[in-house]
Write a protein that binds this ligand. Structure first.
Ligand SMILES: Cc1ncc(COP(=O)(O)O)c(C=O)c1O
Length: 426
């Protein structure tokens, strides 16, 4: 197990630190949203006390709010390795931002053009594009995943791509199967045909280093509340493409990115929290990660980016043995099926979002039983209706979804496994 000081990590999170002992709540609901470190709460509070004003005035609080706005763009630019903070667009959440930008992107296409969606997506990376296709007369093609391996066969993608393909929308990691997709390869194949790629990184962002330049995508979107920050969405777009988009904005708003895409007044307090969230990963890179992680990212842009990468990498390495134990424990239980990659030597190809069903048991009963013991997990389709449909789980109550994060412990995994086993043998 990667040697990290887990007590030091847990002490950062008041929601975790306020309860201790064997009956403390177990936060395995992370795929739906994570707990927040004190430094994020402090930044939000500080903004509301000292910078609670709109942007663009001459007085102190408005100027402080302006600094918060600027710092948040710089922080997220470091988080995803953007070329410029102008490529960072803040919004309410991933879904709202995707609906918003899809309206602009749609104007790039013509009747008869094609887009490719996949059956592994959260619906926020499906419905906006279906509506865009409807509005602009586009044909939608679907990429299925292999229900044995829970991965895509990218030769199948090649078969779908044509000279009419304009856009491929793909999840970085699935919120149901947990699979991490080879986004870089998808981008290369799509770009060879002149198509753009829109990447949903919402499930990936809490668990891995994001480098939009290395991935080679055109858009990438994530939600800070899934990676230990406040409720917001953040879209990265390649500036040369953003500059070509049709704008849906009020007339007085600026016509340059990001201003032209960030409709109305944003939550400045949440933006302050997002900067602190990014700095939390940098803190982990400095205080938690071993030296070799920092050395590995020594040539990475600036110092904060280096520390973010080192921190994220160390934290995700710490997650691995917990994921392994959780999957092993579940697969050993009679009648239990994990819907995702289970092979212990392939765990690097998945995030620790683990979905399972148990023969003869309703997913909602299992999660309700766990809740009685203060073990928080999700059940149902969790808006992943495409994968739930492909796996034949839509009319069976979906799955039980256990999602780990780096502040969890192996003892919590054991507690959940014991509780699940007890319920299933009743
Ligand atoms: C993979 C994935 N994409 C998109 C979303 C939607 O995110 P938001 O709540 O920020 O709209 C989620 C939320 O669970 C998700 O897991």
């Amino acid at each position: 197990m990667t040697n990290i000081d887990i007590d030091k990590i847990r002490a950062q999170f008041p929601a975790i630190a306020k309860n201790s002992g064997p009956d403390a709540p177990v936060f395995f609901d992370n795929p739906g949203g994570t707990q927040v470190p004190q430094m994020v709460i402090d930044a939000i509070t500080d903004c509301l006390i000292n910078a609670n004003a709109n942007l663009g005035g001459h007085f102190t609080t408005t100027q402080k709010a302006g600094d918060i706005y600027e710092q948040a763009h710089l922080a997220m630019a470091d988080f995803v390795n953007a070329r410029s903070p102008q490529e960072i667009i803040f919004g309410q959440n991933m879904t709202t931002l995707t609906f918003h930008i899809s309206r602009s992107i749609g104007h790039m296409f013509e009747d008869g053009d094609e887009i490719i969606l996949t059956h592994m997506e959260h619906d926020a990376n499906v419905s906006p594009w279906l509506m865009m296709a409807r509005d602009h007369g586009l044909e939608v093609k679907w990429l299925p995943f292999d229900t044995e391996t829970y991965e895509f066969d990218l030769d199948e993608l090649d078969k779908l791509i044509s000279d009419k393909t304009k856009l491929v929308c793909i999840g970085h990691a699935s919120n149901m199967t947990g699979t991490i997709n080879d986004v870089k390869d998808v981008c290369q194949r799509a770009h060879a045909a002149g198509a753009l790629v829109y990447v949903d990184s919402v499930q990936y962002a809490p668990h891995g280093v994001i480098d939009v330049q290395e991935l080679g995508c055109d858009f990438l979107i994530c939600s800070p509340y899934k990676f230990f920050g406040p409720h917001m969405g953040v879209l990265w777009g390649r500036l040369d493409i953003l500059n070509q988009l049709e704008l849906y904005k009020v007339r007085p708003a600026g016509s340059e990115s990001p201003d032209c895409f960030e409709s109305g007044t944003l939550s400045h307090e949440a933006m302050a929290g997002v900067t602190a969230t990014v700095n939390y990963f940098a803190w982990a890179g400095r205080e938690i990660a071993d030296e070799h992680y920092r050395t590995r990212y020594a040539d990475t842009g600036n110092e904060r980016r280096q520390l973010i990468c080192a921190g994220m990498h160390a934290l995700s390495d710490y997650e691995l043995p917990m994921t392994k134990r959780l999957i092993e424990g579940l697969t050993e239980m009679p009648g239990v099926k994990v819907h995702g990659i289970t092979s212990s030597n392939a765990l690097a190809r998945r995030v620790p979002t683990v979905s399972f069903t148990a023969e003869g048991f309703e997913p909602s009963d299992v999660s309700a039983k766990l809740a009685e013991q203060d073990i928080y997990v999700w059940d149902g389709h969790n808006y992943a209706i495409e994968p739930a449909g492909q796996l034949g789980l839509m009319d069976k109550g979906g799955v039980v979804r256990v999602g780990l994060a780096h502040y969890n412990t192996i003892d919590e995994v054991e507690r959940a496994l014991k509780a699940i086993a007890e319920h299933l043998t009743r």
